[in-house]
Design a protein around this ligand. Structure first.
Ligand code: B12
Ligand code: SF4
Length: 470
């Protein structure tokens, strides 16, 4: 079968493609599972031409897969599905990705025939089997006809509890864009996954619910052989929490060391995980851990408890000291609470300075679908537009006047961006930085409480259609 997998482009995203554009790893995983028996194309609308140009130059596909990677991307993914149906009216369209894995909200109005939830490879192979045999697709775990999507269940407990059983991602299909994928100071960058899931239960996070708090791992030998296939030196490890199993991480570090892989890693880690085993972080610093993303979230224990974070403000300070002593840069993310007043914003600015966070980033508390927070507050949200679930908008009433709230948020970014000791350095002092105007445009969008002014597409899908409600 000819299978076309499409990654959408959100030209209005506050965090624009000019500030971070990473390879569509989820589609590379699917391609890895399909490629032995099928002819797979990945079409990245952030870099490739619009679908109509693809259609002019290529044979029609037998199946189109449209990714819905974020809730914010619902409108552009919906638009891409309509474009695919217009170009190839008789070709089935299947949706998949994080948003449809965790939620059925806003899934009306797509031009789709099937929906897949959870790890996509097995359900996609099942679907292809039905299409090849001409047998009807009955709703099963992880796959359903589009009309029956409200019944869709994802696989919550994949068996066996290892990522080794998944095919490795096929990176060859996007060789043409390899040097166009970057993330902050990591340019070019490749995305890798060593584990999935998290045993903690943060109130605002959906990731632990996807695996039912289980932690799925890839064995060291397999990780090393995947890394050996990657040319890029910069590696963004997308694990939800990379260091949960210290013994395994030491084993992996040794295996990477023995293989003499010279790489720079950016990884997610909790403060308490790092403090429990500083030796593991030190070992990873030796083999190339360049920066960590820490969910600092707040500097008050009350707020941290409210988020069910399970860490304390003291641990944040101690962990930052640990990382700095090891020469590991820290991107710390702080949650900006809609109930904040001027003094709270002032306090966060001071905290970021005092802690010496290398690269601070800020997220407005957002009830992302698939979280406990979302389930609790769904009916209290002040807006129902999926594009607003980007962590730069407030879906709650703000204590400060809205204009002032967004102005203070923008000021946090500006202050972070202008930090530094004046020394010549190629590293930014804010995580999403740019050496052109992109960061300023992001700040503008945040300050206005709106979105980016769409720039001329470098390929890309057309503007989102007017929003359809759920
Ligand atoms: C890397 C990453 C990024 C990268 C870029 C990713 C990319 N390739 O472009 C960057 C840093 C740019 C980014 C940005 C954002 N991100 Co982000 N990101 C991630 C992260 C950590 C990993 C994604 C990944 O590669 N996962 C690994 C793959 C293999 O897993 P997978 O998605 O589950 O894929 C499988 C299935 O979903 C399915 N599948 C996937 N696609 C498809 C398509 C089809 C057709 C089918 C059939 C199946 C299928 O099969 C896949 C293979 O088994 C996830 C967290 C996570 N664990 O997923 C957050 C995550 C996706 N991001 C999130 C968010 C909120 C954002 C932002 C909106 C906010 C922000 N302020 O950062 C922005 C949006 C940017 C934009 N321009 O629109 C949320 C999404 C929540 C939501 N409901 O929207 C997540 C889940 C993290 C979280 N906080 O909960 N992100
Ligand atoms: S925010 Fe991080 S630590 Fe908390 S549940 Fe999600 S992945 Fe785990």
């Amino acid at each position: 079968m000819r299978i076309l997998l499409v990654w959408p482009r959100n030209e209005r995203a506050v965090l624009s493609d000019e500030l971070s554009r990473c390879e569509p790893l989820p589609l590379e995983y699917l391609a890895g599972a399909l490629r032995a028996h099928h002819d797979v194309t990945i079409h990245d609308l952030r870099l490739d031409p619009p679908l109509r140009e693809y259609a002019e130059a290529n044979e029609p596909p037998d199946l189109v897969g449209i990714a819905v990677p974020y809730t914010t991307n619902v409108p552009v993914s919906r638009r891409a599905s309509h474009e695919a149906k217009r170009l190839w009216p008789n070709v089935p369209v299947v949706l998949g990705g994080h948003h449809v894995t965790v939620s059925r909200e806003w899934t009306d109005g797509f031009a789709a025939d099937y929906v897949i939830a959870g790890e996509g490879a097995d359900p996609l192979l099942t679907l292809i089997g039905h299409l090849e045999r001409g047998t009807p697709v009955e709703p099963v775990t992880g796959l359903t006809p589009y009309e029956a999507r409200s019944e869709l269940r994802r696989t919550v407990k994949p068996e066996p509890a290892t990522l080794n059983s998944l095919p490795r991602p096929d990176r060859s299909l996007l060789a043409r864009h390899r040097n166009s994928y970057f993330h902050s100071l990591y340019n070019p960058v490749a995305l890798v996954r060593f584990s999935a899931g998290c045993p903690y239960q943060c109130h605002f996070c959906s990731l632990w619910r996807i695996t039912d708090r289980r932690y799925l791992v890839k064995e060291a030998e397999r990780v090393v052989s995947e890394l050996e296939e990657i040319e890029q030196r910069n590696l963004y490890v997308v694990d939800d929490e990379a260091f949960i199993q210290p013994a395994r991480m030491l084993e992996l570090a040794d295996a990477i060391d023995q293989a003499k892989l010279d790489r720079r890693y950016h990884m997610y880690v909790r403060t308490d995980t790092a403090l429990r085993r500083p030796d593991v972080i030190a070992r990873w610093a030796e083999i190339g851990l360049d920066s960590v993303l820490v969910g600092a979230e707040s500097m008050t224990d009350d707020e941290l408890n409210g988020y069910h974070k399970g860490t304390s403000a003291r641990q944040t300070r101690e962990a930052l000291d640990l990382f700095h002593s090891l020469g590991v840069k820290v991107r710390a993310n702080f949650i900006v609470h809609p109930s904040w007043d001027e003094a709270d914003f002032d306090r966060l600015s001071r905290t970021v300075e005092e802690l010496g966070v290398d690269m601070p980033s800020f997220s407005v508390l957002t009830p992302l679908p698939g979280t406990d927070l979302y389930d609790e507050v769904r009916d209290q949200l002040v807006d129902d537009d999926p594009e607003l679930f980007d962590c730069y908008h407030s879906l709650f009433r703000t204590r400060l006047p809205r204009d002032r709230f967004y102005d203070r948020l923008a000021r946090l970014l500006v202050a972070a961006g202008s930090r530094g000791d004046g020394e010549e350095t190629s590293d930014p002092s804010v995580f999403y930085y740019s050496d052109n105007d992109s960061f300023n445009r992001m700040v503008q969008a945040v300050r206005s409480g709106g979105f980016q002014e769409p720039s001329p597409p470098s390929g890309g899908a057309p503007l989102p259609e007017p929003e359809l409600r759920r």
